[in-house]
Design a protein around this ligand. Structure first.
Ligand code: UDP
Length: 384
C-alpha cells in the first residue's frame, strides 16, 4: 500500500517514512527540497514537486494511487514566521489548501496532518488538553490552525477524514542512526546545544526571567521515533474508518532550557558555555501537553521520553553527520555547479558569480568548505 508523504525529506517526515516502511507500507515522498534533504529519502520514491502545484500533484496521485496522505510539507520556524509572515501564509496555508483541493477533487483519501502545540498559544493550564482554546501567538501557529479548520470543513463538505497531530518539541534522531535532524539554518535548542558541546562554542539562552522552575523556558520534548510511530498509528486508525480528530503528541513532562544544557553536558561529556540573552519573541514560558487522546484512540505510548535518551540519539547522529559531511540540498546543487566549472580555487570564485549568492569559502586542511546564506557544504580531500 502506497502512502503519499508531503515533506517526507524533512526531519519528522523522513522518520515517519522509515516507520511506514517498517509497517509494510510504501512511502512516496512529495517534496520540493526547499528545506528537505535528498539523502533523507530512503524508503520509497522521491517525487520532487511543490504542494501548491496542483497539476504536478494530480499527476503524482494518478501515477502512485496512494491510499492516504501524510502532510508534513510546511515552513516551521516560529521566529521566521514573525519576520516574514507572507512566506508562511503562502506555503503553509495556500499550499495546504491547494493540496487538499487536489486530493478532494481526486478521491477523498484520509489525511494525517502535521500540526503543532503552537496552535494553543499561551496556555491557561498545563498539561494542555486537546479541548484547550487555540489562540496562536505567532503566524506559524496560526497557519497550522487554519489548516486544521480547512480539514474540518473538508470532512463536513467532502467526507475527507483526517487526524491532526499537534506535536510538542520534536527531539532526537533515528535510534539506528540512519537519519536525523539537519535543519538549515538550525534554530532549535537541542542541535544547537549539542553543536556547542562539540565545537566549544557558546549556546544562547533566550531569557532566564520566566516564571518557571529556574527562570528558563520549559518544553515537552518528544522523540522523533515516537512521533513517527504515532503517524503510522493515526494512519491505521483512519484506514480502519476512524473519525476526524486532533490530538497532542507529548510526554506530559517538561524540561527547562537549563536542564537540557545540563543533560547535554553529561551525554556529551563536555562543558557547555552559556550566554544569557533577552527573551525570543513568540515564546510562551511553558508548553507541556497531555497525550491522553493519542493513548486512548491510537494506543500510543511514547517509548523514548527520557531527555538523556533523546539527547544521546541526537548526539550519535550529529557525530556521524559530521564524520560523513552530509551536504544540504543547496550544497548539493552548489557542488554540481562547481564540478561543471572545473578547477578548485577558481571554481569557488566562479561559483560566487554563477550561483549569485554570497559564498564564503575557506580551505580546511584538505577540505574545502563553502557557505552561503542558504547552507554550507564541505568537499572532502579536495585537491587544488
Ligand atoms: N532556545 C534557546 N536558545 C536557542 C534556541 C532555543 O534558549 O538557541 C529556547 C527557546 O527560546 C525555547 C526553547 O529553547 O524556549 C525551545 O526552542 P526551539 O526553537 O528548540 O523550539 P520551539 O519551542 O520554538 O518549537
Amino acid at each position: 500500500m502506497k502512502i503519499l508523504v508531503t515533506g517526507g525529506a524533512g526531519y519528522i517526515g523522513s522518520h515517519a517514512c522509515k516507520a511506514l516502511a517498517a509497517a509494510g507500507m510504501e512511502p512516496v515522498v512529495y517534496d520540493n527540497l526547499s528545506r528537505g534533504n535528498r539523502w533523507a529519502v530512503k524508503w520509497g520514491p522521491l517525487e520532487v514537486g511543490d504542494i501548491g502545484d496542483e497539476k504536478r500533484l494530480r499527476a503524482v496521485l494518478e501515477q502512485h494511487q496512494p491510499a492516504a496522505v501524510i502532510h508534513f510539507a510546511a515552513f516551521a520556524y516560529v521566529g521566521e514566521s514573525v519576520e516574514d509572515p507572507n512566506l508562511y501564509y503562502q506555503n503553509n496555508v495556500c499550499g495546504s489548501a491547494a493540496l487538499l483541493r487536489t486530493i478532494t477533487q481526486w478521491k477523498p483519501i484520509p489525511v494525517v496532518f502535521s500540526s503543532t502545540c503552537a496552535t494553543y498559544g499561551v496556555p491557561d493550564q498545563v498539561p494542555i488538553p486537546e479541548n484547550h482554546p487555540q489562540r496562536p501567538i505567532n503566524p506559524y501557529g496560526f497557519t497550522k490552525l487554519v489548516v486544521e479548520h480547512i480539514l474540518a470543513d473538508a470532512d463536513h463538505a467532502y467526507g475527507l477524514r483526517s487526524v491532526s497531530l499537534r506535536y510538542f518539541n520534536a527531539a532526537g534522531g533515528d535510534p539506528e542512526n540512519e537519519i536525523g535532524e539537519a535543519h538549515d539554518p538550525e534554530t532549535h535548542l537541542i542541535p544547537l546545544v549539542l553543536a556547542a558541546a562539540r565545537d566549544g562554542t557558546a549556546v544562547t539562552v533566550f531569557g532566564d526571567d520566566y516564571d518557571t522552575k529556574d527562570g528558563t523556558c520549559v518544553r515537552d520534548y518528544i522523540h522523533v521515533a515516537d512521533l513517527a510511530d504515532a503517524h503510522v498509528r493515526a494512519l491505521k486508525y483512519l484506514l480502519a474508518g476512524g473519525a476526524t480528530t486532533a490530538m497532542n503528541l507529548a510526554n506530559a513532562h517538561g524540561y527547562s532550557v537549563k536542564e537540557v544544557i545540563e543533560t547535554a553536558e553529561r551525554v556529551c561529556g563536555a562543558p557547555i558555555k552559556v550566554k544569557i540573552a533577552p527573551r525570543r519573541p513568540g515564546d510562551p514560558a511553558a508548553l507541556i501537553g497531555s497525550a491522553d487522546r493519542a493513548r486512548e484512540l491510537l494506543g500510543w505510548v511514547p517509548q523514548r521520553g527520557a531527555l538523556d535518551v533523546q539527547l544521546t540519539d541526537a548526539w550519535n547522529w550529529m557525530r556521524k553527520n559530521t564524520a560523513n559531511q552530509l551536504v544540504t540540498e543547496h550544497g548539493y546543487q552548489l557542488m554540481n555547479t562547481i564540478l561543471r566549472i572545473g578547477a578548485w580555487p577558481k571554481a569557488a570564485n566562479s561559483a560566487r558569480q554563477v550561483v549569485n549568492h554570497q559564498i564564503h569559502y575557506r580551505p580546511l586542511n584538505r577540505h574545502l568548505r563553502l557557505r552561503s546564506r542558504q547552507g554550507q557544504c564541505t568537499f572532502k580531500n579536495a585537491s587544488w
